[in-house]
Design a protein around this ligand. Structure first.
Ligand code: BG6
Length: 465
């Protein structure tokens, strides 16, 4: 690539993690993600039992190692980094009136270290981290009282950090409520209950909470920016059968619904039919709609991992990577079966731009797979370099298409616990962490080959691609 082909000046290059997947649970209350036994994608357990191993309890010990990890990220030249605050570190139960000073001080130290390195923090307020106490005692986000608890938490962190953190995201991948409601929305559904109604009710309270949090942030510091975060791994029609084409369109729209409400401040018309057909009746108040209309996001952030195909009558739900489907014969897949589709990322950037006309932050993208350490301790993850390169080139093309892309935060730049399977062996990092699926290992950090590659990409603002 020649000089003319670098990314725009000021492009945000970084990484992204979530508290529950990296920090460990010391000095905090349990949250929904802690209820995943290793190697399992749900059902999450209701209670932990003594003999089972729960990987999030230690994760990769960022509670004690975050500052060193930030030094490593700085060596790659990152100028931003997305973390989440563990809500249950600030309010261990979730319904306390006063925040934990120890919890607040922990993130002060982290933000200070990031800023010393010129790394702009981007903070997700809730990344699959609803305090478990709120689920067990209040029913989680199915209960309107959650809005108040969430605002109390937001008030504490906005007031404390607004000078250090200028970019805030509300709920991680709210659209994963569709299949993943316990972690994404912190609630349970009893046998025989109307799932759709429970899900859309929780979504309504989360939309209102997010809008009111935005109003709060603006009143505390109008220089801060607030965005939504939606899983946007995409869906193609499997054939040109109009049923497949329209089905894929409806599938994408079910995801974009969660952007639509937060960007446009009202429910889109198509949702009323979905509610009618699923017997969904929501508890709402007039002031809810006023809050939604008055507080629309400044930017859109999203995750993109893969594309899938929709074949009429064959849809089977989704997981952390997006829809699940039959293999697409045009695409390769990772060892975990996730289809590798860089052009899909360009497609998604363009589609979201056409629909919503907002700045975009690619808040998650990456390759989770098995890595092998050679006898000399090196890890040659050339496949990850190839993945990264092709996806960054796709972003470059999307920028040329006219998309306003603020930045790119690669998912899991040091290995962390997988959200979908609670495994360590599903690794995304440019930095290897010595820990296995059973919790053995020194937790030592070690650079992989991709570390230097991402460093060179950032140093040249993309010219090295
Ligand atoms: C996203 C989540 O859905 O996908 C992350 O926001 C998650 O928390 C990421 O880790 C990758 O999924 P997984 O299951 O490979 O960890």
């Amino acid at each position: 690539m020649s000089e003319v082909n670098t990314f725009p000046a000021g492009f945000m290059w970084g990484g992204a993690v979530a508290a529950n997947q990296c920090e460990g649970a010391e000095d905090r209350g349990l949250c929904v993600s802690d209820m995943a036994p290793h190697g399992v994608r749900g059902p999450y357990v209701d209670q932990q039992v003594p003999d089972e191993y729960y990987p999030h309890q230690v994760a990769v010990d960022c509670y004690h190692r975050y500052l060193d990890d930030m030094d490593l990220m700085a060596k790659m030249g990152m100028n931003c980094f997305r973390i989440s605050i563990a809500w249950s570190r600030i309010f261990p139960r979730g319904d306390e009136e006063e925040p934990s000073e120890k919890g607040l001080a922990f993130y002060d130290r982290l933000f200070d270290r990031m800023l010393e390195h010129g790394i702009q923090p981007i903070v997700t307020l809730s990344h699959y981290e609803t305090p478990l106490y709120l689920v067990d005692h209040y029913g989680g986000w199915r209960n309107r009282r959650m809005i108040g608890f969430f605002l109390n938490y937001c008030q504490a962190v906005f007031k404390r950090y607004h000078n250090k953190v200028k970019y805030w995201l509300s709920f991680n991948e709210m659209n994963n409520l569709l299949d993943y409601y316990f972690v994404a929305g912190g609630f349970r559904i009893a046998e025989g209950e109307n799932e759709a109604e429970a899900m859309y009710q929780a979504a309504h309270y989360m939309f209102v909470a997010s809008a009111r949090a935005m109003a709060l942030l603006r009143s505390i510091d109008p220089t801060c920016k607030y965005g939504c975060m939606v899983n946007s791994s995409t869906l193609y029609p499997a054939t040109c059968n109009p049923e497949d084409v329209f089905g894929a369109y409806c599938g994408r729209r079910r995801k974009y619904f969660f952007m639509d409400v937060q960007v446009n401040g009202r429910y889109p018309t198509y949702i009323y039919r979905i509610w009618r057909e699923n017997n969904v009746h929501l508890e709402t108040r007039p002031e809810d709609f006023e809050a939604l209309a008055a507080n629309t996001v400044d930017f859109i952030s999203f995750s993109y991992y893969r594309s899938n195909t929709y074949e009429h009558g064959k849809q089977t739900g989704s997981d952390t990577g997006g829809f699940i489907s039959e293999p697409n014969p045009y695409l390769e897949r990772t060892a975990f079966g996730w289809q590798i589709d860089p052009l899909g990322l360009r497609y998604v950037c363009n589609e979201i731009t056409d629909l919503f006309h907002k700045p975009l932050l690619i808040a998650e993208n990456g390759m989770g797979t098995y890595d092998v350490m050679n006898d000399d301790g090196t890890i040659d993850d050339s496949y990850r370099i190839d993945f990264l390169k092709r996806h960054l080139l796709a972003i470059y093309e999307a920028i040329q298409d006219g998309c306003d892309i603020m930045g790119y935060t690669y998912w899991g730049p040091f290995d962390i616990v997988s959200a979908g399977t609670a495994q360590m062996s599903k690794r995304y990092g440019f930095v290897y962490v010595d820990r296995d699926d059973e919790g053995h290992g020194t937790l030592e950090r070690r650079k992989k080959k991709s570390f230097d590659y991402y460093r060179d990409v950032i140093a040249t603002n993309g010219a090295v691609l």
